[in-house]
Design a protein around this ligand. Structure first.
Ligand code: ZN
Ligand code: ZN
Ligand code: ZN
Ligand code: ZN
Length: 336
């Protein structure tokens, strides 16, 4: 059932931890009729042994990891319970942050008692969905802090750039400055003097040390990796709210979307709430602030309602290299 924008705004007003993706996803694509185990039943691509998912259910069907993961995310978003796309058995999902030499892995099991009850009241269903999202985020938190710290170690320029971007930029060569100008959305050919280049790059990021540091560190590289392996994209508050509102089924054209996004953002600022919660520290992301959002969106059951890391966490772990002790208590040990 489509949910109106008014309903979403009302829900957002009542509950700052509102997760916009829940409840409105299309069902998974149908399985193939025949399966000899050599190709994925959904995308039909040939499978090699490394890619085949060991299913928790009794199905004799083969899926590539990507399609299986997408199908679980899709069923979780549609019905609040991940399920096998073939036999529909309820599947519980956990994340083992230490598996695969510390790269992390999803762990699947058949849900005890068949998973979600059929006739559940909406509040209970929402609460259960949030508790699953929270459990997975908590289990993934040690890996995310590890990845941010590693990113900081691999990018020694983060800390000096965050501390005094002007001084840092002045010490760079012209070639590097031109690459930075391009990565900051400027035309590197438009500046004749080095001092002009420094001033332009600096002006592009204002006085925001973290923004400048990220621009400096990420120029020509992909930025930190999400726990799912996707890229974390740095975006400003409005860009993130546009992404939130694009999930609303009754938003029409681009103009409508912008109006709705600005309305929701301003309403959140006025109420002192946020429609985006940091999946690492579980704190609301300031609506006008920057956020690092996974490019994989809602295509993995690891974060079926998107994945965000707030600027504060980026600075704590990537720039300052803090340990997991900097996380709030609720996030320090992945609840298992
Ligand atoms: Zn596939
Ligand atoms: Zn199955
Ligand atoms: Zn991700
Ligand atoms: Zn955070």
């Amino acid at each position: 059932m489509p949910i109106s924008i008014e309903k979403v705004l009302l829900d957002a007003a009542q509950d700052s931890s509102h997760s916009p993706g829940a409840g409105r996803r299309p069902p998974p694509r149908p399985m193939a009729e025949f399966d000899d185990g050599s190709e994925c039943a959904i995308c039909m691509e040939p499978l090699d042994a490394r890619d085949v998912v060991a299913l928790p259910c009794a199905c004799a069907v083969s899926y590539c990891f990507r399609c299986w993961d997408r199908a679980l995310a899709s069923s979780f978003n549609a019905r609040g319970q991940a399920s096998c796309p073939t036999c529909r058995v309820a599947v519980d999902v956990d994340f083992d942050a230490d598996a695969r030499n510390g790269e992390g892995a999803l762990v699947f099991s058949v849900a005890a008692g068949g998973g979600a009850a059929g006739a559940e009241d909406p509040d209970a269903a929402q609460h259960r969905v949030e508790s699953v999202v929270n459990r997975l985020a908590g289990q993934a938190a040690p890996l995310m802090t590890r990845r941010l710290r590693r990113y900081g170690e691999d990018h020694g320029e983060l800390r000096p750039a965050a501390a005094d971007v002007g001084a840092y930029l002045k010490g760079l060569g012209v070639k590097r400055l031109k690459a930075l100008a391009a990565a900051s959305g400027l035309d590197p050919g438009a500046y004749l003097e080095k001092a002009e280049l420094v001033a332009a790059v600096r002006a592009a990021h204002g006085t925001d040390g973290a923004a400048a540091a990220f621009a400096v560190a990420a120029a020509g590289d992909a930025g930190p990796r999400c726990v799912c392996g996707g890229a974390l994209l740095r975006m400003d508050g409005l860009a993130r709210y546009l992404r939130v509102c694009a999930e609303f089924p009754d938003v029409g054209d681009r103009g409508d979307l912008e109006t709705v996004a600005r309305t929701l953002l301003h309403a959140d600022v006025a109420r002192g709430t946020s429609s985006v919660i940091c999946d690492l520290c579980d704190r609301p992301v300031p609506p006008r602030g920057a956020v690092y959002t996974c490019a994989s969106g809602e295509t993995t059951v690891l974060h079926a309602t998107e994945y965000d890391v707030c600027e504060r966490c980026f600075v704590d772990f990537a720039v300052d290299g803090r340990s997991d002790g900097a996380l709030p208590q609720t996030r320090r040990v992945g609840a298992r």
